[in-house]
Design a protein around this ligand. Structure first.
Ligand code: MN
Length: 249
């Protein structure tokens, strides 16, 4: 059998020690990789390094964990670059204890991002929703009509009810190695509609026994999803490629 097509729909390529060589390696292996960013200041370099790549694409982000005093200026910069890309991320909300003090400001920024995406249209978003799924879904349903943008919930840790609501809203879910290794994540993976599943690494923030995950390690995620759902890697792999195509259409 020929090598399956791999999809890493959320990876921080610019946070690896050698950004350029990891892009080259993803290209060489043909891994469909979405290089997310955490600040619009990182955009020009990501954009330039992926101008001619065949498989690696860059996303314009403003990470909720980085929201703070200078965020309004960052938002101005984010809006300036928005016309340059179809891919948005990492954006979203984080109501975890370390970031809760900026939650109101995060909401202000995320809402503005969604409204800008709605105004521009044809955007694909990779969204962070730690301890804030219901707020994230509320903001999406109020500010981003389904025909204006598509949503991928990255590293989803919400409840089964929240997952149901997200499915009804049309969201996709990008699944990583950490999720498949935890009981809660596995339960989610067993139940999600197959046509909404895609893979990610969230590298370099996830690890395998072999070290920090790299985009091609999504092969492991595919295997683990197959195991959790009692099917073959080949089936899952085909579904993921099909889902990616639907998402990008
Ligand atoms: Mn991330």
């Amino acid at each position: 059998m020929k090598n399956p097509i791999l999809v890493d729909f959320h990876c921080h390529l610019d946070l690896y020690p050698d950004f350029e060589s990891i892009i080259e390696e993803s290209e060489r292996r043909g891994v469909r990789t979405l290089a997310v960013t955490t600040t619009p200041r990182a955009w020009p370099r990501n954009r330039d390094l992926t101008k001619k790549t065949k498989y690696v694409r860059s996303a314009l982000g403003l990470h909720p964990q980085l929201v703070g005093e200078s965020s309004n200026q960052e938002l101005v910069l984010w809006e300036k670059y928005l016309p340059e890309t179809r891919y948005i991320g990492e954006v979203g909300l984080d109501a975890g204890p370390r970031f809760f003090h900026t939650f109101q400001q995060q909401i202000h920024i995320f809402k503005r991002i969604l409204q800008c995406c709605a105004a521009t249209g044809d955007r694909i978003l990779s969204i962070h929703s730690v301890r804030s799924v219901s707020s994230v879904l509320d903001l999406i349903s109020e500010n981003l009509p389904p025909d204006k943008g598509k949503v991928v919930l990255h590293w989803f840790t919400g409840s089964a009810e929240e997952a149901d609501r997200a499915v009804k809203l049309g969201c996709y879910f990008s699944i990583n190695t950490e999720m498949v290794q935890r009981p809660k994540g596995r339960r989610l993976i067993e139940k999600l509609p197959l046509e909404r599943i895609i893979t990610e690494t969230d590298g370099p923030f996830t690890k395998l026994q072999t070290g920090i995950t790299k985009p091609w390690d999504v092969e492991k995620v595919v295997e683990m999803i197959a195991m959790a759902r009692g099917t073959t890697s080949d089936q899952i792999s085909k579904a993921i490629v099909k889902n990616m195509k639907t998402l990008l259409r």
